[in-house]
Design a protein around this ligand. Structure first.
Ligand SMILES: [Zn+2]
Length: 242
């Protein structure tokens, strides 16, 4: 069996039939969505590997020893029931590499509609990089550019992963389908309020987002989501990474 190097880790991957996949010296990162499939996913298989999580991943922390090495949050809205500051600081204080919307640094601009929600920020930290929301963010558009925040955070995560030099992306918890806001996520209380276009809007956005990743991401993307609905990528299993 070939030895594969992921960051500092030696990792083997086999096909579902157990045949080894021959790859050498690939830096891989696991990108973790917040889909309900995480209830059926053993995230502790990712301990010691590079992984990037997003938004309210902390709602699964009482069920995992695993913690991500990278964290992204460029989304926040009036639908969010939780305090963004407490949410972000969990990751900042754990020393994760954080990519955050720059409104979280010192508050949203006074002329920005989010100023009331985000009047001030958490300041600067060595492990935090702040980025502006791009021109696509409020237009339901996105493009492969540094660093797009449009459509869905999966785009932001994939672009950041490539910018960081990772040579392969493995998706986990990226279910790719929205139906009921109480059942679509890793925790039942992920959202407490939502609007009537929630499912239709998110299904359109996530579909467009993955089509852009499929077309423009310069590194291979594999899908290890348990029973996921995405059709764009080769399906793999976390258990096949050793
Ligand atoms: Zn953009």
């Amino acid at each position: 069996m070939e030895t594969v190097v992921y960051g500092s880790q030696l990792v083997y991957r086999t096909r579902r039939d157990g045949v080894p996949v021959n790859r050498m010296n690939i830096r891989s990162i696991f990108i973790i969505g917040n889909g309900a499939s995480l209830k059926k996913t053993n995230l502790d298989l990712l301990i010691g590997r590079d992984s990037m999580a997003v938004n309210k991943i902390h709602k699964i922390y009482d069920r995992t020893i695993w913690r991500p090495t990278h964290y992204v949050k460029v989304d926040y809205s009036a639908f969010d029931p939780d305090d963004w500051k407490a949410e972000v600081l969990v990751h900042v204080r754990d020393g994760e590499h954080c990519l955050l919307w720059d409104a979280f640094r010192a508050g949203a601009d006074e002329h920005d509609g989010n100023h009331e929600l985000i009047p001030d920020g958490i300041g600067d930290f060595e492990n935090v990089r702040y980025i502006p929301r791009c021109e696509h963010h409020y237009l339901r558009q996105a493009a492969w550019h540094p660093i797009c925040t449009g459509l869905n955070s999966i785009i932001t995560m994939a672009i950041w992963a490539v910018e960081l030099g990772y040579e392969e992306i493995v998706l986990v918890g990226c279910d790719g389908r929205f139906s009921n806001p109480k059942e679509d996520h890793l925790a039942d209380d992920y959202y407490l309020t939502w609007d009537e276009t929630y499912a239709e809007r998110n299904n359109t956005n996530i579909g467009m987002a993955h089509e852009i990743i499929k077309e423009f991401c310069p590194v291979p993307v594999l899908d290890a989501t348990v029973d996921g609905h995405l059709t764009q990528y080769e399906k793999v299993r976390l258990e096949d990474f050793r």
